[in-house]
Design a protein around this ligand. Sequence first.
Ligand code: NAD
Length: 250
Amino acid sequence: SLLLEGKVAMISGAASPRGIGLATARMFARHGAKVVVLDLDEKAAAEAAASIGPGHRGYACNVADRDACQKAADRAVADFGRIDILINNAGITQPVKTLEIDPASWDRILDVNLRGVLYLSQAVIPQMKKQGGGSVACMSSVSAQRGGGILGGPHYSAAKAGVLGLAKAMAREFGPDNIRFNCVTPGLIDTDITSGKLDDAKKAEIAATIPLNRLGKADEIAGAYLFLASELSGYITGAVIDVNGGMLIH
Ligand code: NAD
């Protein structure tokens, strides 16, 4: 049966063809949701939305821009009348070490991965309150939990760890409004975020160290988001779901 019939879902960072966001948009659409794809480029967002079927929308929205987040939320309400689900998925990474993190890189990584979660949540929460509830899922990473994944520098680990604290605090604050906040912490997922940073030999080497002996697929993160977005997880808030093939077991 359809898990998201009649729901409206907004997903940030969802235009990348092989990315987790678009895989999630596609899965949500299959489960009956109307989807709003957000990404940096309006044309890419609109094309991504069109690629998952009729009736979906794509808007330009830089999540680090507070006005842009508010405009995207207003536009979604104008187009669909409601927002039931928010997936704070947009993110960027940079493989550098501590002594190489310059101020501009710190700002860039923190702005998209952490500040963006605050801004887009702030834009959507009042509408969810009005509707009597909602579900928000936020993208963290195994690198938040173990101090570095494979690709992210310490600033990325810090940003993704910040997401865990922010989401847990919002879960506490908005529980009485029936708005749930949860996080996913993926291990290494085969998307274009690794392109130019990891070759096939390096991927195979990493896969050998993972209990399930492979990288994860974008659809396997989409599945966790689907669970968190749907009423199957109706009593789950403030939780963190590991989707890492056993890379971190704790
Ligand atoms: P991806 O690069 O394919 O997708 C990221 C998307 O975010 C892109 O479409 C990009 O255009 C968009 N984006 C970047 N900056 C943005 C901004 N300021 N505003 C709006 N959109 C923006 O990579 P992905 O692997 O699908 O990554 C999705 C999320 O998953 C990211 O938050 C990433 O940090 C996280 N993550 C990925 C992995 C992995 O191994 N792939 C592991 C853990 C966490």
